[in-house]
Design a protein around this ligand. Structure first.
Ligand code: PGA
Length: 247
């Protein structure tokens, strides 16, 4: 299985920030893992152009369930594909919280992504209150089951475990806690998808940085990372790519 280092720029980055892309590609021309950046939609086509001929792939951060139509402000999976995207992040906790996205909506968006030929990165994870209440596995299981698109397989689905309390906080779960959730998600994926469940990349996300990447990548069933803040700087994201390449 090819591991995946994915960066989520969230609502950050202007044209000037594309200099980071050039630096990243120059420093990591042939990583031993897949490398993906998901910029804001305004930069997607430009970033894809900047990355042409390199190993860097680009993706969107959300898409609509429909391919086109009267949906002001929205972007379809087909449009992301047209702009050069290979992937799209769906169901990120910030979208679940800011836009009230339900599992059913995430599933419908993921199905639209697959129909457009994109790989869907489906995100899930518990809040701190849910972890404290001992609900982590039950919650992750129900989010996975509710959000998983029909037609998913090892090639078109990636799942990202992102504890909400670890995102942007500098806090991370213990390695045992990460191993527990990833092992659980792997078992659920195998139950749902059969053999293909073994091949679905399971990313960990939430305060991944150069200083903790290697130890997280050594955890069983961690097949890469979804990186927010540390993906904005080529040096930091490059160090994470290097750690994953060495894992
Ligand atoms: P972070 O964000 O790396 O800044 O914690 C991760 C994410 O939201 O994907």
């Amino acid at each position: 299985m090819q591991k995946l280092a994915a960066g989520n720029w969230k609502m950050n980055g202007s044209a000037a920030a594309l200099a980071e892309v050039g630096a990243l590609i120059a420093a990591h021309p042939a990583p031993a893992c897949e490398m993906l950046l998901c910029p804001p939609a305004t930069l997607l086509a430009q970033m894809t152009w900047a990355a042409r001929g390199s190993k860097l792939m680009t993706g969107g951060q959300d898409c609509h369930t429909k391919a086109s139509g009267a949906h002001t402000g929205d972007i379809s999976a087909a449009m992301l594909k047209d702009a050069g995207a290979s992937h799209v992040i769906l169901g990120h906790s910030e979208r679940r919280a800011d836009h009230g996205e339900s599992d059913a909506l995430v599933k419908a968006k993921a199905e639209a992504a697959l129909a457009a030929g994109l790989t869907a990165i489906v995100c899930l994870g518990e809040t701190e209150a849910q972890r404290d209440a001992g609900e982590t596995l039950a919650l992750c299981g129900s989010q996975l089951n509710g959000s998983l698109p029909e037609g998913a397989n090892a090639a078109n689905l990636v799942v990202a475990y992102e504890p909400v309390w670890a995102i942007g906080t500098g806090r991370t779960p213990t390695l045992d806690q990460i191993a527990e959730v990833h092992g659980f998600l792997r078992a659920q994926l195998v139950k749902r998808l059969g053999e293909d469940g073994h091949g679905v990349r399971l990313l960990y996300g939430g305060s991944v940085k150069p200083s903790n990447a290697a130890e997280i990548f050594a955890v069983r069933d961690v097949d890469g990372a979804l990186v927010g803040g540390a993906s904005l700087k080529a040096a930091d994201f490059g160090a994470i790519v290097a750690a994953l390449s060495a894992a």
